[in-house]
Design a protein around this ligand. Structure first.
Ligand SMILES: Cc1ncc(COP(=O)(O)O)c(C=O)c1O
Length: 485
């Protein structure tokens, strides 16, 4: 028996609906910029920036927010974040170079790159950009470069290995919390080092999205700061990185139902809802479900405000909440949100190239794009796309399809999920993937087969009479800034 495919309708802003409802505009856009195309809406980004400010302004301790630009490569977003009072978290030489070229104040930049070579460190040191150190080799190289350049390097130390519920939160990044204090005391025990390296604070980025873990890590970092103060150090900030949850889906019911149906499919109790019955983390072990869903938690009802409140109000081993301790110690709390600042900021549009049926009777809809141009770091991107039909008449039957891409890989499926549509798309129709600005559109994109990377355009106000002329390229914006700022 044929069961319905459980839908996952995404939260979709008005500006996206305006574009999605306008086939002619989509056609002009794709004819001009080619498929796929990433569209960004600056007003939505500015709204997110303002929301973060208002959440943190409600607290009495000092705070600073850095936009983690690794989540999206557009330079326009970095400059708009800066213009709106944000710092920028950079993770590579080019990200940093571009920010400096955009005239972003070096004091509002931080380098958190996982690998830092001589070139990146030299650029940061000579521009007095704060560098987050991960290991002793980096500390030694920073000292060497600072001496060569006769410049003082500004540094923070990344910490990991926090104790949480009787075990260590392991990470490949940073110094172990139990060892970093001793390292700092020893490293700065010479005038040569204190002349060339200025220790400003601590940083951590925890995997996952648990506010309790962040609260515990903050307390342990504040304990460390208290110890270092007794050794005459004067750190001024703790940066807790990103990982602040956002919600992609309209309703929790859909999210729960999807997981229920996926488990049923994995157990063979209904037809597959993913390609080759991929469990996206769930496995069938002797008729029982094993494992958990390995995707982003696309539905969650913890707002940014609540998430931060949960972090800041955690009291730890008979102590005061983090918010109180930050104020008492006069420590600035820093955040580096990426994904959550890009909520509702972007969509990716691709043109339908062909339709076919595979041997199992599945419709495969080939899109002019490849799997890296809309790729999740987790098992799948669990949001229903919108199909924009040139011919909207719907006498035809509804269909279930998989979207496939251009790479010569069997696994080039744009989504692993089967998608239910009111009718089969035709060649030249468009598929619009919603809320892709954070990590989805850029993070994994590659140029295999010499396909060009997709273009990135911006639009400001999306009024009824929107036209092609309202869209402009990210690169143009960079050139303009470069010349005029
Ligand atoms: C150091 C650092 N800061 C900030 C972020 C951004 O996190 P998110 O996009 O989840 O907010 C990341 C993400 O990996 C990170 O590694």
């Amino acid at each position: 028996m044929k069961n319905n495919i459980p839908p996952l309708p995404p939260i979709t802003s008005q500006w996206i609906h305006r574009i999605a409802d306008n086939y002619d505009l989509q056609k002009e856009l794709i004819d001009t910029y080619e498929s796929p195309l990433n569209i960004h809406h600056l007003e939505s980004f500015k709204t997110n920036l303002a929301e973060y400010h208002s959440i943190l302004n409600a607290y009495d301790f000092k705070s600073k927010i850095y936009y983690a630009r690794k989540a999206n490569k557009c330079s326009t977003l970095a400059s708009v974040a800066f213009e709106n009072g944000f710092g920028i978290d950079t993770a590579s030489y080019t990200e940093l170079r571009q920010c400096l070229d955009l005239n972003i104040n070096p004091q509002d930049l931080v380098v958190t790159a996982a690998i830092k070579n001589d070139k990146l460190l030299r650029l940061a040191i000579t521009n007095r950009v704060l560098i987050i150190i991960d290991n002793k080799d980096e500390a030694d190289l920073i000292l060497k470069i600072a001496e060569e350049e006769n410049c003082q390097a500004q540094v923070g130390f990344r910490v990991s290995g926090f104790e949480y519920k009787d075990h260590k939160l392991k990470s490949r990044f940073g110094f172990d919390i139990d060892e970093v204090g001793g390292f700092i005391i020893e490293f700065f025990n010479s005038e040569e080092v204190t002349e060339y390296v200025n220790f400003e604070g601590f940083h951590f980025h925890l995997d996952g999205y648990d506010p309790q873990q962040r609260g515990a890590a903050l307390h342990q970092t504040l304990d460390l700061i208290e110890t270092l103060i007794t050794y005459d150090f004067n750190p001024s900030f703790v940066d807790i990185g990103g990982g602040i949850l956002m919600n992609y889906l309209e309703k929790e019911d859909f999210w729960i139902e999807f997981q229920k149906q996926l488990k049923k499919a994995v157990l063979g109790k209904r037809e597959a809802i993913t390609y080759q019955n991929n469990g996206l983390g769930f496995n069938n072990r002797n008729g029982e479900i094993e494992g958990g869903l390995k995707t982003y938690p696309y539905y969650n009802d913890t707002t940014k405000e609540e998430f931060l409140k949960n972090v800041l109000e955690i009291a730890y081993v008979h102590r005061k909440p983090v918010s109180y301790r930050l104020q008492e110690l006069d420590i600035e709390l820093r955040l580096e949100p990426g994904r959550s600042l890009l909520d509702q900021v972007g969509v990716t549009i691709a043109r339908v190239a062909h339709r076919k049926k595979d041997v199992d009777g599945n419709f495969l809809v080939g899109l002019e794009m490849n799997m890296t141009q809309m790729a999740s770091s987790s098992e799948d991107f669990l949001l229903d796309p919108i199909v924009s039909y040139k011919n909207r008449k719907t006498e035809e039957e509804s269909v279930e399809v998989y979207f496939t891409g251009a790479y010569c890989l069997e696994r080039d499926f744009i989504l692993k999920r089967k998608i239910s549509l009111p009718k089969l798309p035709e060649i030249g129709d468009f598929v619009i993937f919603i809320n892709t600005a954070g990590y989805m559109m850029h993070f994994f994109e590659t140029e295999a087969h010499l396909f060009k990377l997709s273009q990135n355009v911006f639009v400001n106000n999306v009024e009824d009479k929107i036209s092609l002329l309202d869209f402009y390229r990210d690169e143009n914006n960079l050139e303009t800034k470069h010349i005029y700022l």
